[in-house]
Design a protein around this ligand. Structure first.
Ligand SMILES: Nc1ncnc2c1ncn2[C@@H]1O[C@H](COP(=O)(O)OP(=O)(O)OP(=O)(O)O)[C@@H](O)[C@H]1O
Length: 272
């Protein structure tokens, strides 16, 4: 069964249960544009994400999901409030390679083989000793063993996205930020990668923050779903998904799963 803690007024500070925080966001405002012509993308957002947790993010188009992810990654200037990543500012977290990003498009270098694409982050910039000494291990983790010498154009979209995930994991980031990573894939491939991502999460212990437009995907993957509402972007609800792991795709046909998705669907309609 689901337990949904509706946000209290004023602005809530939803906290996941486990002790150590991977990300702590306090009273965050993001404004774009010049003074006098400013657009508020995010307003008064506060949320805590526990280390090792899997948080999915939902909300109507333009509500600021990508912007929030980009704040954690030090890709957006913070107008007001604060973001801390393992207790330090995003800039330091970026320099320390605390996180890695996976986008909707795999953005692989077309002239490099699979294994050379995966190795790329080890060749640029600093990385510590915790990085994978043997990126072949990662190819096994994402189910691409045997395809290490293939070029990106020889792979399917799902395979390319697996390479992108392996590349993101090669430095052993503590947080994986994923912005609609499976949004461009067909349903069957997406389902398979959903199951594989849960396995990878279990095996690596990486904290994952995952943006999606799919309610079933958000529920299937997440321990918590962060729902944002639009105009301006703000937290609507930070909901714990009380469904047990390991999760298999058949779970999506259960009454408990359908209840959670129905709740989120109703909530999403309120957010537009
Ligand atoms: N660099 C920027 N400059 C100006 N406006 C921006 C910038 N980045 C984002 N925005 C605006 O901020 C708002 C939130 O954008 P964002 O991409 O975060 O939304 P989203 O929820 O991820 O949308 P979608 O679901 O459609 O991908 C949008 O109105 C967008 O136009």
């Amino acid at each position: 069964m689901m337990s949904a803690a509706t946000i209290q007024q004023p602005q809530p500070r939803p906290v996941a249960e486990t002790a150590r925080l991977a990300v702590s966001i306090r009273d965050l405002d993001i404004r774009f544009g010049d003074k006098g012509n400013e657009f508020t993308a995010l307003s008064n957002v506060s949320v805590d994400i526990a280390e090792g947790s899997f948080v999915t993010m939902l909300g109507p188009s333009g509500c600021g999901k990508s912007t929030l992810l980009r704040c954690i990654a030090d890709l957006v200037h913070i107008s007001d409030g604060s973001v801390s990543v393992f207790g330090r500012p995003p800039r330091q977290a970026r320099e320390g390679r605390d996180f890695a990003f996976v986008f909707q498009e795999a953005t692989l270098l077309p002239w490099r083989s699979v294994i050379d694409n995966v190795r790329l982050p080890l060749e640029v910039g600093r990385h510590d000793k915790s990085a994978y000494a043997d990126p072949m291990e990662l190819l096994a983790l994402v189910g691409l063993k045997g395809r290490e010498n293939a070029l990106p154009h020889e792979l399917s979209g799902g395979m390319r996205q697996r390479v992108a995930i392996a590349r993101a994991l090669v430095t052993k980031p503590r947080i994986l930020l994923m912005d609609e990573p499976f949004g461009a894939l067909d349903e069957i491939t997406r389902d398979k990668l959903n199951e594989e991502l849960l396995r990878i999460w279990r095996e690596t212990g990486t904290t994952i923050v995952f943006v999606t437009h799919s309610i079933p995907e958000a529920v299937f993957l997440g321990q918590h779903v962060l729902m944002l509402q639009a105009h301006p972007g703000r937290v609507k609800e930070f909901m714990k998904v009380d469904l047990p792991y390991p999760r298999a795709l058949a779970m999506r046909d259960t009454v408990d799963f359908i209840k959670v998705t129905a709740h989120l669907r109703a909530l999403l309609e309120e957010c537009i």
